[in-house]
Design a binder for this molecule. Structure first.
Ligand code: PLP
Length: 387
């Protein structure tokens, strides 16, 4: 599905925009600018330049020889988003949106962050592009992620602790949106995943689809054929939609999203509206978004991007869950066998690959999207394994 076909922001029954009129005005303005620049040759030249020189693209599609031998089935390839500057896929979207913000004449960038990863990626790019940067973060999260707050400040960002509500991510999003309503003529809201009202899911996909654009070219060069399946972890869904994008219209390629057992949005979610868009969402008995829990902070979200919701209900993609134990085992196994310490989020995809690879034939190919590196998680895993 091309971005133009989804210009209204709907993917089947999901997506759209359910927000107050003031905010809708800001979204309409953003949409107009995005559709103006996304196919502009000069804009894309600039984007390619920074993806190469700053992010370090293209990153490799590494053949995981040891893992393939030890699992004894399909050939395993790893798409190495962990090798990007700042260590994950988030920077792809951040650089794209910052360049758009610049074209729109914005002087100020705001963002929400939960665990701090999107905040750090945003602060990084704002430093480089000399933009004023304000990061809204739940006060509760600023305490738990003090080091990431320091990182953002080191990069020149102002971190605003939000004390309203439960002082968590949802409250940080609300504060950022209030700021945007007031200031949208000179302020750009840089959203971190393929969620939110239109045009965010379409825009984030657009900037993350560089992942599958590269992997498709790389696998054709290496193997002369398409892979049999792509696996990616899903939180809000940005690394997965980027990893799937160029294969959605290739019916022979299975698309598999992997989520935590304790945040099973796709396997147990029902249609509903959160954060201004319609998607599959986990609700409690009262119909409120259900608290989720994942050892990978980046996957802790009760909703999921609207396109994933559609890919699931239409049957084009499959979504599965893995347990914390399986994730911890995969984290260690990839470290030991390939010398690559994955992010705990990415280890979800590795854990499911381990379940399906052995029953596949050696001619078959799996690509695991390694969304990020695990340096940020080493201390947490240390404490979990010590117990
Ligand atoms: C943030 C993050 C995720 C989850 O976000 P998506 O939008 O679902 O991709 C996954 N992996 C890593 C390394 C992250 O930092």
């Amino acid at each position: 599905m091309s971005a133009d076909q989804t210009r209204d922001g709907y993917f089947g029954e999901f997506g759209g925009s359910f927000i107050p009129p003031m905010l809708q005005e800001a979204m309409d303005y953003l949409s107009k600018q995005f559709y103006t620049f996304k196919d502009d040759p000069e804009f894309n030249r600039e984007l390619d330049y920074y993806l190469k020189e700053y992010v370090g693209r293209e990153n490799p599609l590494t053949y995981a020889e040891q893992l393939t031998r030890s699992w004894g089935g399909a050939k395993i390839y790893l798409k190495r988003e962990d090798l990007n500057h700042t260590g994950a896929h988030k920077i792809n979207n951040v650089v794209g949106q910052i360049l758009l913000a610049k074209r729109m004449g914005a002087k100020r960038v705001i963002a929400e962050t939960g665990a701090g990863q999107h905040g750090v990626a945003t602060a990084t790019a704002c430093a480089m592009f000399d933009m004023e940067c304000v990061i809204y973060m739940g006060a509760e999260d600023t305490r738990r992620q003090a080091l990431n707050v320091f990182r953002m400040e080191l990069l020149g960002a102002k971190v605003v602790p939000v004390t309203k509500g439960q002082a968590r991510l949802k409250d940080a999003v609300d504060e950022a949106l209030n700021d945007l309503v007031e200031n949208y003529k000179n302020t750009f809201y840089l959203l971190g995943s393929a969620v939110g009202p239109h045009p965010f899911p379409t825009m984030v996909k657009h900037f993350q689809s560089v992942v599958s654009k590269e992997s498709k070219k790389q696998i054709l060069e290496k193997e002369g054929r398409l892979p049999d399946a792509i696996l990616a972890c899903v939180g809000g869904g940005s690394n997965a939609i980027g990893a799937f994008a160029h294969y959605i219209d290739e019916p022979s390629v299975r698309l598999i999203g992997v989520e935590p057992e304790l945040a099973p949005t796709m396997t147990e979610g029902v249609p509903g509206i959160i954060h201004g868009f319609r998607c599959l969402v986990l609700l409690d008995e009262e119909g409120n978004p259900k608290p989720t829990y994942s050892i990978a902070a980046g996957l802790d979200y009760p909703g999921i991007g609207p396109e994933h919701s559609h890919l699931k209900t239409s049957g084009r993609a499959e979504y599965v869950t893995v347990s914390n134990e399986e994730v911890l085992a995969a984290f260690q196994e990839l470290s030991r066998t390939e010398g690559i310490i994955p992010a705990l989020e990415s280890a979800h995809a590795v854990a499911h690959a381990k379940k399906i690879a052995p029953s596949m034939s050696p001619e078959q190919i799996l690509i695991i999207n390694l969304s990020g590196r695990g340096d940020k998680d080493v201390e947490q895993v240390f404490h979990m394994l010590k117990k």
